[in-house]
Structures are given as structure tokens and as C-alpha cells.
Design a protein around this ligand. Structure first.
Ligand SMILES: [Fe+2]
Length: 293
């Protein structure tokens, strides 16, 4: 069923909008702090599977603040064409909140009839690239906004990998006509766990390919860094943000927080820290102002 469209300021009136992700557990704190955010990121699956009250609150917030749409239910790397009913529901929500693009994860999360409830890394192979391009063509036929894919954390790699991570990522985006949601905490964690240089990764990304950025705070268990989204954003991630802004001009920078949400003042502080980094760049005169569209 089509919902009524809303009229509100468009997100793309500005670049480098700073905000956080809507979480129902923090909805009162988010509402109290709306003035701190330029944008909110809403996970479409939280809306589609939400109670009527949660859906109502999401739409109420979307009437007040620009919204970008994220997703966890697509499983774009599964070698089966995406569920068209799901895509139509995503498209309806994207239109309802007038989102400028739709982001998902470069991963797979299941097969028809079985949800793994995990973001699983794709084998970095030619075959995976073909599956992605075919699936994203179907997504594009249903959802009439640009598609943005996020780099995930991974705790293993496949023995059949043919490419390193950044080579595979850039090929996947360029061959399927998608943009990148660069999660800098995921990059930091992967670089630490798998032993590569995160700055070299950032420098390997073509200018204009990063449409959005995530930052978050994670933890460490023994020798392994975990993507826990329960702590303030680290100074390492803020430094990676500064490196990114030398070459890219994302529309949005979203602070992700999924746990310890009672300390919501930390999310507000994280947004302020992000703004401090952004303030160091002259947006109008930046070499990163090369938009790919
Ligand atoms: Fe993320």
C-alpha cells in the first residue's frame, strides 16, 4: 500500500550532514536531542517489522528531520534473486520519507527460508561480483534511488578469495553502479584483526565513491576487536574520518550505537566530535568535492 508523501527540506541541500541511527530503545532521548542532528538514519527493517507505535514515531520524526534509509534484510550477496515483495516495501518507505538513497551491506545474511541473522562476508570471487551485479539490477528496478553498500566486519575469509578486500569492494561498486557506505569502525576493526593499513584502504577508494560514512565505538575481547556499537567513537576512527574527508565528500556521517543506549549523551558527544573533524575541512573548496553523479 502506498503511503502519503511528506513535504520537508531535502537532505541533499547540504553535504556532510551529521546524525545518528534511530533505535526504538532510545526514541525518547533521540526526540529530546533532535536539534543535535542534521539527519537520522532509519533501518527500514525496524520500520517494516515495527509495532504500529514504532512505525508512527519513525514517520513523525521523518516529518521533522531528513532521513536516510539503511537495511539489513536484502542479503544482496545470496545467489538467488532478491525478494520483490520486500523490495517493494523498501521502495514504499524510501518514497514515504523521501530518502536520497538506500543503503545495505556488502554481505549475505541467508537463503530463502533460512535467515542466518549474521552479516557473512562474500567470497571475493568473480562469481560473487556477477551475483551482486545481477541482484542489484533487480534492486534498482524496484527502488528508484541510488544504491549504497557498506563494508562489513568479518572474522574469517574464504579460501577461494581471488581479490583483497578493497579491490573486491571497488569492483563490486563500480560493476554494479553502487556507491559506498564507508564504515570506519568496521575498517579499523578489520585492519586490526587482519593486519592491513586502513589509510592505504581509504586512499585506494576512487574520489566520489563514498556517499555515506558510519562511525561507532567497539570493544576488544582478548586479541580480537569486536564491532559492538556500545562505546564512544575512538580517536582512531575520528582520525580515519579526517583521512577520508581529504578525498571524499559523503552526504552523511552517522554515529551508530546499538547498546548501552542509556548513555545517550555519549552519542550526542560523538556527533559533536564528528562536527569538530568536519569543521577542519572547507567543504566548498575541497578536493573531495568530486561527486560521482
Ligand atoms: Fe555500519
Amino acid at each position: 500500500m502506498q503511503s502519503e508523501p511528506v513535504t520537508r527540506p531535502h537532505l541533499l541541500d547540504r553535504a556532510l550532514a551529521v546524525g545518528t541511527g534511530f533505535r526504538k530503545e532510545a526514541q525518547s532521548a533521540i526526540r529530546r536531542s533532535l536539534h543535535e542532528f542534521d539527519v537520522l538514519e532509519v533501518t527500514v527493517d525496524h520500520y517494516l517489522h515495527g509495532t504500529p507505535r514504532v512505525r508512527e514515531r519513525i514517520l513523525a520524526i521523518a516529518d521533522e528531520l531528513p532521513v536516510v534509509v539503511h537495511g539489513v534484510g536484502l542479503s544482496v550477496g545470496t545467489a538467488v534473486l532478491p525478494d520483490k515483495a520486500y523490495l517493494d516495501a523498501v521502495a514504499d518507505f524510501v518514497e514515504r520519507v523521501q530518502a536520497p538513497w538506500y543503503s545495505e551491506h556488502l554481505a549475505f545474511t541467508g537463503v530463502p527460508g533460512r535467515d542466518l541473522a549474521q552479516l557473512i562476508p562474500l567470497p571475493r570471487t568473480r562469481e560473487s561480483l556477477d551475483v551482486l551485479a545481477e541482484n542489484l539490477a533487480v534492486v534498482r528496478a524496484h527502488v528508484q534511488v541510488p544504491i549504497v553498500l557498506e563494508n562489513i566486519t568479518y572474522y574469517f575469509t574464504w579460501p577461494q578469495d581471488e581479490y583483497d578486500e578493497v579491490t573486491f569492494l571497488v569492483r563490486a561498486l563500480q560493476e554494479s553502479g553502487a556507491f559506498l557506505l564507508l564504515d570506519l569502525e568496521n575498517l579499523r576493526i578489520n585492519a586490526s584483526n587482519h593486519g592491513f593499513n586502513p589509510v592505504a584502504f581509504i586512499n585506494a577508494l576512487p574520489p566520489g565513491i563514498v556517499r555515506a560514512v558510519h562511525v561507532a565505538g567497539g570493544m576488544r575481547e582478548g586479541l580480537v576487536h569486536i564491532d559492538s556499537h556500545n562505546r564512544p567513537v575512538s580517536s582512531n576512527v575520528l582520525q580515519l574520518l579526517a583521512r577520508t574527508l581529504l578525498r571524499q565528500m559523503p552526504d552523511t556521517i552517522i554515529v551508530e550505537r546499538d547498546d548501552a543506549l542509556d548513555a545517550f549523551d555519549e552519542v550526542v558527544a560523538d556527533c559533536q566530535h564528528v562536527r569538530s573533524v568536519v569543521a577542519g575541512f572547507d567543504i566548498s573548496n575541497s578536493a573531495s568535492g568530486v561527486k560521482a553523479d
